[in-house]
Each structure stands twice: as structure tokens, then as C-alpha cells.
Design a binder for this molecule. Structure first.
Ligand code: HEC
Length: 179
């Protein structure tokens, strides 16, 4: 089966030049889960970034944060997000889900962030919307932050009850350009 498809592909490529090639490449796209490969790629990028950032925050907290006067991993993460934004890659926001943020700038902003929060509080693990700004498209996505470590409660005392009730205390909000 594979062999036949390959030969058909080669035949098309030889017979029709560039048009034939494009046709041959068609099936590899249509076997995917979406008819929008750029969007699918960006969605994958967000999931990779989410694992990367969350793993880093947990590792930093476990390894370097001993007292409440130590630099919190969240503060370090925000500096990292700022650097990635300055370099033109993407934007990430650390957002509060408890109504009592340490810093008010971390409160959810009306619109995408409040819609995402409502969905994640109901149990979704990934909320997304595609936003158009002029000619460009952006994937806006949000993922939940639970109380991952008891150490989190050292600085955020009110997380204790959220942990006991299994509720999320925050989310990461991504804005990533779709090529
Ligand atoms: C050493 C103290 C400390 C620890 C430990 C800590 N945080 Fe924070 N956290 C902060 C500070 C300070 C801010 C405000 C940072 C800012 O906006 O610059 C913050 C901000 C946040 C925010 C944004 C909402 C807000 O309150 O402003 C979330 C969400 C958050 N932390 C989650 C966590 C999680 C999850 C853990 C455990 C992995 C954790 N924090 C551990 C001190 C801490």
C-alpha cells in the first residue's frame, strides 16, 4: 500500500512537476487531525511551552526556594516571559484564579482571560481562541495551575483551601502568532 502510494507520488512529481509534488504531499496533511496545519503546529508549540515553563517553576521551587524571602519561581518565570516577549517569540501571562493575587496585575483581564478562567474552573485542561489582529492570526490559549507543591502555600496561604478542594489557583495565558 505504502509502496503504491510512493510510486504514484513519484509519477505525479515527474509528470506534473511542482503541481504534481504539491498533490502528492496532500495526503500527509489530510491524515492529520485538522485542516489548518499552521494552527495545529502552534497548538503543539503551546503544549510544549506549557510543559517547559511548569516543569521549570516546579524544579526552581523544589531546589532553590527555602524561605518566603527567597525569589519565587513565579517572579523568575515572569522575567523569562518578558524576555521571550522582547525577543518577539510569544507572550505568556501568569494569572490568578483565586480572587486574591499577590500582585493585581496578575488578575484575569476581562475578555479572553475571564472566559478561559470560567472554562478551566469547570474542569477544562486547555482553553483556546483564535484572535485576528489586522491581517495576523494569534492562538490565545490557557492552561490551569493547581497547587502543585505544599511549598506554594508558604507564600500563598489561601491556597491551602484550594488544594483541599482540588481547585485551580491560577492559569498560564499564551498569545502565540500563527504563521
Ligand atoms: C517564595 C514565595 C513564593 C512561593 C514559594 C510561591 N510563590 Fe507564587 N508568587 C509569589 C509572589 C511574590 C508573586 C507575585 C509575583 C509578581 O507578580 O511579580 C507570586 C505570584 C503567583 C501567581 C500569580 C497570582 C498572584 O498571586 O499574584 C501564581 C498563580 C502563583 N504565584 C502560583 C504559585 C505556585 C503554584 C507556587 C508553587 C509551585 C508558588 N506560587 C510558590 C511568591 C511565591
Amino acid at each position: 500500500m505504502r509502496r503504491t502510494r510512493l510510486w504514484v507520488g513519484v509519477w505525479l512529481a515527474v509528470g506534473f512537476g511542482a503541481t504534481g509534488m504539491a498533490y502528492w504531499q496532500g495526503p500527509s496533511v489530510s491524515t492529520g487531525v485538522t485542516d489548518d496545519p499552521s494552527l495545529e503546529q502552534v497548538r503543539r508549540e503551546v503544549k510544549m511551552l506549557d510543559d517547559l515553563y511548569k516543569t521549570a517553576v516546579v524544579l526552581i521551587t523544589q531546589s532553590y526556594v527555602e524561605e518566603d524571602s527567597d525569589v519565587p519561581a513565579g517572579t523568575a518565570a515572569k522575567k523569562l516571559f518578558e524576555a521571550m516577549k522582547q525577543k518577539g517569540w510569544h507572550e505568556v501571562r501568569l494569572i490568578d484564579a483565586t480572587g486574591k493575587p499577590i500582585d493585581d496585575v496578575n488578575s484575569p483581564q476581562q475578555g479572553f482571560e475571564t472566559r478561559a478562567l470560567a472554562a478551566l474552573q469547570k474542569g477544562s485542561t486547555f482553553f483556546e481562541e483564535v484572535e485576528r489582529v489586522k491581517e495576523k492570526r494569534y492562538l490565545r490559549a490557557a492552561t490551569p495551575i493547581p497547587v502543585v507543591l505544599d511549598k506554594c502555600i508558604m507564600c500563598h496561604e489561601h491556597y491551602k483551601s484550594f488544594k483541599e478542594e482540588g481547585k485551580i489557583i491560577g492559569m498560564l495565558g499564551y498569545t502565540v502568532p500563527i504563521p
